[in-house]
Write a protein that binds this ligand. Sequence first.
Ligand code: SF4
Length: 441
Amino acid sequence: MSRRFLFAEQKVPRYTSYPTAPHFQAKVGPTIYSDWLSQIPADATLSLYVHVPFCTSLCIYCGCHTQVARRKDPLREYVSLLGRELELVMQRTSVRKIARIHWGGGTPSAIGGAALAEIMEQLARLADITAVREHAIELDPRHVRPELVHTLAALGINRVSLGVQTFAAHVQAAMGRVQPFATVRRAIDRLRQAGIDNFNFDLMYGLPRQTTTDLRETIDLAVGLNPQRLALFGYAHVPWFRPRQRLINEADLPGVTERFDQMNTARQHLYRHGFEPIGLDHFALPSDELAVAAREHRLHRNFQGYTDDGSAVLIGLGSSSIGRVPQGFVQNAADVVEYTRRITSNQLATVRGIALTDDDRARGKVIEELMCYLRTNLPPSSNLLDAPAQETLAALQHEGLVHHDGRLIIVPETARPLVRLVAAAFDAYLPNNAARHSAAV
Ligand code: SF4
């Protein structure tokens, strides 16, 4: 086995933030977050992320923190908690202008169209949503009914992310999510008829019983539905973390060499279809705003992946959601019971976070540049190229995974899928990290 495969096996963070969430600290709680919110200049713009940790049914392959709500009551209660949390946040900041809204989960539409509308009405009372540029939602294609589509269009939703993963029936059966092509096509048709025409699809490789032929066929079908953006993720088998994945037969999972082949096959096939690579694992048509932002050096990496959202403030609502303010990161209680307890006692639900130091900011900038553009030029005054970083970079350079010439660090196109390994060279928290991450490929 080549050393490149051994590198691919290494566990490294996905760097949707730096420092990464496992290094958030319990000392950042509601008091510190309140203070941070009160210090944000009133003319700043906010992005809002609303997390709904419920689904209609659970898919056994899924690594998300989500649960099935079999009765209406918990959903009703959760909706009122989101409303109350929104009030608590808005009482602590003078910022009112919202630029972007993203509903994620779970399946955000599990709360129902009426509840989505209720939260938006409350948001309109508490903030200025007249200039929202992007209003996005993650949808389960199996539950895109006409009444829901009608509500989404009325609420101004203009981007939809659909979890497609694969169209191969035998893979869908093995991964525990049966979702025929006709179901996805019907969802897209309904959304387009209602005027919602910006689509992101999530695709996966490394799934049980999946082959490179399956991947090519899935990509052909997906591209035929005309999404502007696609994301390609490797299935992460982490049964110690998500016990439902124990239902997946490990003998059906491709090994590291096959995963590598599948990923390369999928990438090349997307290029043949005219998609441009965006950072680690996203793809966009050249005319898409994300591709334009990448060319104009306006790309960012956040908890939803890659974005052209330049807003310095991201407010996270809902259990487990992560927010970002200029002073640092904050995370809400992941456990819905604990989240409920905190909000019903009129506290913010912040249980962890981190105050950014100058070193964190400098490293975070380098890591974000590498993750977005595969290159960074360290400033002359930078002390980030310390002995451990140089040692890691030298080992990666030996394998052709990075070109390191003085302060200029360039990841060659062939090593794009392994850029996380190069970013990790600048992660000062990693050596002491006992948390497990997913494999680099
Ligand atoms: S894949 Fe989507 S619908 Fe399935 S359990 Fe995960 S979040 Fe829910």
